[in-house]
Design a protein around this ligand. Structure first.
Ligand SMILES: [Zn+2]
Length: 74
């Protein structure tokens, strides 16, 4: 079992070395969700996010005039 594990890690190290030799970068596996920056045009327009921050951004930049929906009576 130990022998098998050693072989595997040696093979993996060799692969990483080959990869790095080509100028590649080792991607780190991140478990935590990607932190998205809200209040940006990308987030508002591309991702259609309508959270508080993105709505505030849209208002500020004049993308929208109001956060109130049209046709609804307050
Ligand atoms: Zn947002």
């Amino acid at each position: 079992m130990i022998h098998q594990k050693q072989l595997e890690s040696a093979a993996l190290a060799a692969e990483v070395e080959k990869f790095l030799a080509k100028g590649g970068k080792v991607k780190q596996i991140v478990n935590e969700p990607v932190k998205v920056k809200h209040g940006t045009s990308d987030q508002y327009k591309k991702r259609s996010c309508r959270c508080e921050k993105c709505m505030a951004w849209a208002l500020k930049t004049g993308v929208i005039k109001t956060t109130k929906l049209k046709g609804t009576k307050a």
